[in-house]
Design a binder for this molecule. Structure first.
Ligand code: NAP
Ligand code: F7E
Length: 346
C-alpha cells in the first residue's frame, strides 16, 4: 500500500471513476475536482463516496472548473499532490464543432493552466495528460508514438496543443510530465452520446420492447475500441517509471461502427438492419476514418497489455444495459429525456 496523494481532474467522468477505484485500492489518498452543476453529476463515483468527517476517509471532492485558473492554482497548492491525473476535458468530438472556443479553452488551455501552476509553485508532482488518438486524425494506421498528428476536429486540435504543452514543460523545465495517447476506450460508464454506449443501450431497449429504432450517422468509420477499466491501469503505470515519456495505449485491432452495431444487436438476437436509421445530424464536418494503435512501446516498457477487444466489449456493454433495465426500480421510460438530450448532438 502507498501513502501517496493523487489529484484527478475529471473524476466524475468514465475514466475518472475507474482510476479512482484503482488508486483507492492501491492505498492512495484521492482528491477529485467536480464541476458545480444544478443537477448532481457524481453518479459514476457515488459508490466510492466517503464521509469527509470519517478519519479513515481517503476520497475528497472539491468544486472547480478548468477554465478558472485561479481555482486550479489554489487547489494544487492546497492539495500538493504527488501525482496529477489530468483527465478533465470537453471530450465529445461532434460537440467540439459546435463549441470550438470553449473546447479550446477547457481541453487545450486547461492543461497549460495546470502545468504553469505546477512550474511557478515548484510543486514536486508528476503529471499525466489525457492525450488522444483523435490527434492522429487522418494519419494512416497503424498509429504509434512517432506518427505525425493531423487532427480533424476542434477537439483534436485542442488535444494536440495540450500534448505539446506537456512535452514542452517536460523538455524546458525538466518536469515529470507524460502523455498517454489513448485510443477509444468504452464501458458501461461511457457517456450516453458516444456511439458504443448509445448503440448498446438502444439494443437493450429495443429487445425489451421500449423503442423500435435508433438513429446513427457514419457507420463506416473504424475505431480501435478497448475497455476503459483496463486503460486506467496504463495511466498509473506511466507515472511510476524512472523517467517521463509518452505512450500509445490501444488494442491493435479495429472494427467499423457498423460491425460494432452488429455485435451489439446480435448479442440480444436482433438484426440491426431492421432497427438502425440514418440521421445526417450525427455526421461531422470532418471525419476520422481509421484508427488502429500500435501499443508495443507500452507493452515493452510498462508491461501493459489489454485483454478485451471489440466483440467482447460490445457484449459486456449490452449485458450491463439489459441488467440495468431489469433491475432498475424507475420505469425504463426514464431514459426518455436522456435520449432526447442525446439527440442534440449524440
Ligand atoms: P468524460 O467521461 O467525458 O469525462 C470528462 C470529465 O471532464 C468529466 O468529469 C467532466 O465533468 C470533466 N469536465 C469537462 N469539462 C470540464 C471543465 N470545464 N472543468 C472541469 N471539469 C470538466 O471523458 P472520459 O471518456 O472519461 O475521458 C477522460 C479524458 O481522456 C478526457 O480528457 C478525454 O478527452 C480523454 N480521452 C478519452 C478517450 C476515450 O475513448 N474515452 C480516448 C482518448 C482520450 P462533468 O461530469 O461535470 O461533465
Ligand atoms: O464516435 C461515428 C462517429 O463519438 C465514434 C472520444 O472519447 O474517442 C472518442 O471520440 C465514431 C465516429 O467517439 C454516431 O462519426 C456514427 O466516427 O463514439 P464517438 P470519437 O469521436 O471516436 C476519442 C479517442 C476521444 O479522445 C474522444 O474524447 O462513430 N458515429 N453515428 C457516431 N458517433 C456518435 N457519437 N453518435 C452517433 O450517432
Amino acid at each position: 500500500m502507498t501513502s501517496k496523494t493523487a489529484l484527478i481532474t475529471g473524476i466524475t467522468g468514465q475514466d475518472g471513476s475507474y482510476l479512482t477505484e484503482l488508486l483507492l485500492a492501491k492505498g492512495y489518498q484521492v482528491h477529485g475536482i467536480v464541476r458545480r452543476a444544478s443537477t448532481f453529476n457524481t453518479q459514476r463515483i457515488d459508490h466510492l463516496y466517503q464521509d469527509p468527517h470519517d478519519p479513515e476517509a481517503r476520497l475528497f471532492l472539491h468544486y472547480g472548473d478548468l477554465t478558472d485558473g485561479t481555482r486550479m492554482a489554489s487547489l494544487l497548492e492546497q492539495i500538493c499532490p504527488d501525482e496529477v491525473y489530468h483527465l478533465a476535458a470537453q471530450s465529445h468530438v461532434r460537440v467540439s464543432f459546435d463549441e470550438p472556443e470553449f473546447t479550446g479553452n477547457a481541453t487545450g488551455l486547461g492543461t497549460t493552466r495546470l502545468l504553469e501552476t505546477i512550474r511557478v509553485m515548484g510543486l514536486p508532482c508528476r503529471f499525466y495528460q489525457a492525450s488522444s488518438s483523435e490527434m492522429f486524425g487522418s494519419a494512416p494506421p497503424p498509429q504509434h508514438e512517432g506518427t505525425a498528428f493531423h487532427p480533424r476536429s476542434p477537439y483534436g486540435v485542442a488535444k494536440v496543443y495540450a500534448y505539446w504543452a506537456t512535452r514542452n514543460y517536460r523538455e524546458a523545465y525538466g518536469m515529470y510530465a507524460v502523455n498517454g495517447i489513448l485510443f477509444n476506450h468504452e464501458s458501461p460508464r461511457r457517456g450516453l452520446t458516444f456511439v458504443t454506449r448509445k448503440v448498446a443501450l438502444a439494443a437493450a431497449r429495443i429487445k425489451a420492447g421500449l423503442q423500435d429504432e435508433v438513429h446513427l450517422g457514419n457507420l463506416e468509420a473504424r475505431r480501435d475500441w478497448g475497455y476503459a477499466a483496463e486503460y486506467v491501469n496504463a495511466m498509473w503505470r506511466m507515472l511510476q517509471q524512472d523517467a517521463p515519456d509518452d505512450y500509445v495505449v490501444a488494442t491493435g485491432t479495429s472494427c467499423s461502427v457498423r460491425e460494432f452495431v452488429a455485435y451489439c444487436f446480435a448479442h440480444v438476437g436482433l438484426d440491426w438492419r431492421n432497427h438502425v436509421r440514418f440521421d445526417e445530424r450525427y455526421l461531422r464536418p470532418a471525419e476520422v476514418d481509421h484508427l488502429v494503435g500500435d501499443a508495443s512501446k507500452a507493452e515493452q516498457l510498462l508491461g501493459w497489455r489489454p485483454t478485451v477487444q471489440a466483440p467482447e466489449l460490445a457484449r459486456l456493454m449490452v449485458d450491463a444495459e439489459v441488467n440495468a433495465l431489469r433491475t432498475q426500480c424507475v420505469p425504463a421510460q426514464a431514459h426518455g429525456p436522456v435520449l432526447a438530450a442525446a439527440g442534440v448532438a449524440g
